[in-house]
Design a protein around this ligand. Structure first.
Ligand SMILES: C[S@@+](CC[C@H](N)C(=O)[O-])C[C@H]1O[C@@H](n2cnc3c(N)ncnc32)[C@H](O)[C@@H]1O
Length: 255
């Protein structure tokens, strides 16, 4: 199942908020070259072009669907299909930015080390990655995936475990030569409508599981995940659902 920009952007405001919070801490005032890695449908790239209208901004994403959506979004940037694992800049960027993207790498710590090395002198690497892999949203997915009749098909659909994901100190060590600004923020998203956590996850973390299932089996998997999400994230009296979400921010500047 390819990325679906429309599903992803159902929660566009919540997903773009950390992109803005990350950008606010980037110290470079007049970068010439800016790259948005894992740019998705261009929502994060639009913030970069608004902040630096004179910069040459490039968005890179491995999903053809996302790049098509970005091109249609009327953002003043160049968008290219590319894999950040093998990506190399034609000229050293002043800002390499990645919002909610590097967690898809099998080794994000090695990735950020490589990205930092691509920067121009005085350049800045800024990225944000979720830190919620130990939360019910992810625990439920993994439990349902490993305990149902689909267990074999879903084996290996996800490459990190709840305790094994990289945290602030891992990135701080990897970027030892940089001036580092590293913090986490706990957002409390207040979501509306039916099954909001399921709809949120179907746009991101659930995709590797849903990709491998079809027909009745996929429906049964979805039903079980939905039921368990509803128990873990109950409805408030006003019909909204609280969805706590921790994110890690790293801004690393080259001297
Ligand atoms: C959660 S979206 C983030 C989109 C946007 N940056 C934002 O702030 O909302 C993650 C994006 O990373 C892209 N992605 C995942 N792995 C990638 C890779 N190896 N190379 C390039 N893009 C990748 C996905 O296609 C997806 O569009």
């Amino acid at each position: 199942m390819p990325w679906d920009p429309a599903i992803y952007l159902q929660f566009g405001a919540e997903r773009s908020r950390p992109a803005a919070d990350l950008l606010a801490r980037v110290p470079n005032e007049k970068p010439a070259r800016v790259v948005d890695l894992g740019c998705g449908p261009g929502n994060s790239t639009a913030l970069l072009t608004a902040c630096w209208p004179e910069a040459r901004v490039t968005g890179v994403d491995s999903s053809v669907e996302m790049i098509e959506a970005a091109n249609a979004a009327n953002v003043d940037a160049e968008f290219v299909v590319g894999d950040f694992e093998s990506w190399e800049p034609a000229a050293a960027p002043d800002v390499i930015y990645a919002n909610a993207a590097f967690q898809w790498s099998p080794d994000p710590v090695a990735l950020v080390r490589r990205m930092f090395a691509h920067l121009a002198p005085g350049g800045v690497l800024a990225f944000q990655v979720p830190q919620n892999f130990d939360q019910p949203s992810h625990v439920v997915m993994r439990e349902v995936a490993t305990n149902g009749p689909w267990a074999e098909k879903l084996d290996g659909a996800r490459w990190y475990d709840p305790g094994g994901f990289a945290r602030g100190p891992d990135y701080a060590r990897a970027l030892q030569r940089a001036r580092r600004d590293i913090w986490t923020t706990d957002y409390l998203h207040i979501l509306k409508g039916p099954d909001p956590v399921f709809r949120w996850m179907a746009g991101t973390g659930l995709r590797p599981f849903l990709d491998r299932l079809e027909g009745g089996e996929r429906e049964a998997f979805e039903d079980e995940v939905m039921t368990r999400f509803a128990a873990a994230y109950p409805l408030e009296k006003d019909g909204s659902t609280f969805f706590p979400f921790r994110r890690l921010f790293v801004v690393a500047a080259r001297n």
